[in-house]
Design a protein around this ligand. Structure first.
Ligand SMILES: [Zn+2]
Length: 558
């Protein structure tokens, strides 16, 4: 029988991962804000069974919290997928809210804020709804910085060096970090990292033809023996038995991998492509017929990836062409970040909707995300090239830069190059591509700083510190830094307030006016910026044949 002790001990504090709470009996409860939303959204959902009434909750509020999880479960509401998990007593498995299996009686289920919390309480992942396929957890919602930063570091490189090393990087004690994790996620850092590793291994077993040895290495188990033991321990089956159960038919070619990465609907895929398309770096990226493609360079290997929408399954279909399967975990994580798959749009929209200028845009274009990037250095260079020129002009310049300094590849679907490395650009004279001397110098200075290790786009613990270091490079100002924070650091609250496009979209007269108004949008100002930019583009498009009057500051760094 699953041991419930850990979640029993979990606190009553708001659980940041999903803005949920755990009550004394381990049931997950949503925050007030979420409750309101869920109550409104789930009004038409099935009524909660009354069997739980009076089961020891302190007050009516707790009862209401529990009801929301229950309703989401009973209605199999996809918007709650990944926001909590359901442990089924008796069978000992944990499920996603959308699990197609017959719904268990309420008295036989427990709610957990994370998969790791369910695993740590002794439940194992359901083989039907496959918790490893749930959309990422919206880790940034309300968690203290330390937890969200720790999660980012675990996403990037696992728990290399153990919890002590992670705590040291974050400047806190290991015990304190462990306590914060249990308080906010219901699980320790090791459990979170272990669950992620297992989930990824399960995904590779089901969705690829990789050998078990390769999977063991790709998922970070170190050796096949440890991998076999972990899978058997959790799934009560060998990896080979699990593969036989998977519905994956046919075979994939060598070094090609197909993944389905889930998101919580809505997801405005066209808006994502409308943003990425005009900014696609010729030779390195392309957007065509609803598909995003790019060349990638990672840990001394290169390859390609291809992303398209599978609307029916609320997923992005990702094809990765890459020679080293050990890099798959990190590649998939980057793609998740790049396409903002962890976002919980409903939560974002609830905050932004209070602004009358934003509300109609939210209704007109539900599911807008903040586009991330494959590589922070590439994005920063692209942003510098975009200063004082149009989006189209910046795209032309970046194509020239790639042709002059990027590594040539055998052409695949129009992709011909890798983006130049920091090392190459640190010695390059970029003036020949048609940019002013000062800008060429900025590119070189940034490339040197990255090449020397003074600036790193990965493993960032303190983004303010990172941004101020970035701004020390002549030619990189507040706007560029905030734009990089939005897209490369994935800061949901980054906001380039000096942007003329934003000012105009909101008809604000001063930066101060815009900033004051944006206070109400925290912590989602980056999403507000995306909505305002899309407003601005829509206005420009409505102006018809009139030459688009795009403000220079808007064009800067985009
Ligand atoms: Zn299930």
């Amino acid at each position: 029988m699953p041991q419930d002790s850990l979640t029993h001990r979990s606190s009553l504090d708001v659980c940041g991962l999903h803005s949920t709470k755990l009550d004394d009996s381990g049931h997950c409860c949503l925050s007030n804000e979420q409750k309101l939303h869920a109550e409104v959204r789930l009004e038409s959902g099935p009524k909660t069974s009354s069997s739980r009434a009076g089961r020891g909750y302190d007050d009516g509020t707790m009862e209401l919290d529990w009801r929301i999880c229950s309703r989401a479960r009973l209605s199999r509401d996809a918007r709650f997928d990944g926001k909590f998990f359901i442990g089924v007593k008796g069978s000992g498995v944990y499920c996603r809210p959308i699990c197609p299996a017959p719904t268990a009686k309420e008295k036989n289920v427990r709610y957990f804020p994370t998969a790791a919390a369910a695993a740590e309480a002794g439940y194992r992942p359901c083989l039907r709804c496959r918790p490893e396929c749930s959309p990422g957890t919206p880790a940034w919602v309300g968690t203290p910085n330390t937890v969200s930063r720790a999660l980012r570091l675990i996403d990037e490189s696992g728990l290399v060096g153990g919890i002590e090393n992670l705590a040291e990087r974050l400047g806190v004690g290991a015990r304190h970090l462990r306590r914060l994790f249990v308080q906010h996620l219901g699980a320790t850092p090791s459990a979170v990292a272990q669950t992620r590793r297992l989930h990824f291994a399960k995904k590779l077993i089901d969705e690829t033809r990789l050998s078990m040895t390769e999977i063991a290495l790709a998922a970070g188990f170190g050796c096949v023996r440890r991998f076999n033991a972990a899978i058997r321990g959790v799934y009560k089956r060998t990896p080979t038995q699990i593969r036989l159960l998977s519905r994956q038919a046919g075979s994939q070619e060598e070094n090609q991998y197909l993944f389905r990465l889930r998101f919580r609907p809505p997801y405005h895929w066209n808006a994502m492509l409308d943003f990425l398309g005009p900014r696609a770096i010729p030779g390195v990226e392309s957007v065509e017929s609803g598909v995003y493609r790019r060349s990638i360079y990672f840990r001394s290997n290169h390859g390609f990836l291809e992303v398209s929408l599978d609307d029916a399954n609320s997923a992005l279909v990702v094809r990765v062409f890459f020679g080293d399967s050990r890099a798959l975990f990190a590649i998939i994580e980057r793609i998740r970040m790049m396409f903002d798959l962890n976002a919980d749009w409903a939560t974002v929209a609830r905050t932004l909707r209070s602004d009358l200028a934003l509300a109609p845009r939210l209704d007109a274009a539900p599911g807008l995300r903040v586009p991330g990037c494959w590589d922070g250095f590439e994005l920063a260079i692209r942003a510098i090239l975009g200063q004082q020129v149009s989006v189209k002009g910046a795209t032309t310049l970046s194509g020239r830069l790639v042709r002059a300094f990027g590594r040539h590849l055998p052409s695949v679907g129009g992709l011909t190059h890798l983006f130049p490395t920091p090392k190459v650009l640190s010695d390059a004279d970029c003036r020949n591509i048609g940019i002013p001397r000062a800008r060429a110098e900025t590119i070189r200075a940034l490339a040197r700083a990255v090449s020397d290790g003074q600036i790193k786009f990965e493993g960032i613990v303190n983004s303010d510190e990172f941004l101020s270091r970035l701004c020390q490079i002549p030619g990189i100002g507040h706007w560029t830094a905030q734009y990089i924070a939005m897209r490369a650091l994935r800061e949901p609250d980054a906001f380039p307030s000096g942007d003329l496009g934003l000012l105009r979209a909101l008809r604000a007269n001063t930066v101060h006016e815009l900033e004051s108004r944006a206070e109400a949008w925290r912590p989602w100002r980056a999403y507000a910026a995306m909505y305002l930019w899309s407003t601005h583009s829509a206005l420009a498009a409505r102006a018809g044949s009139e030459r688009p009057k795009r403000p220079r500051r808007f064009l800067k760094a985009t």
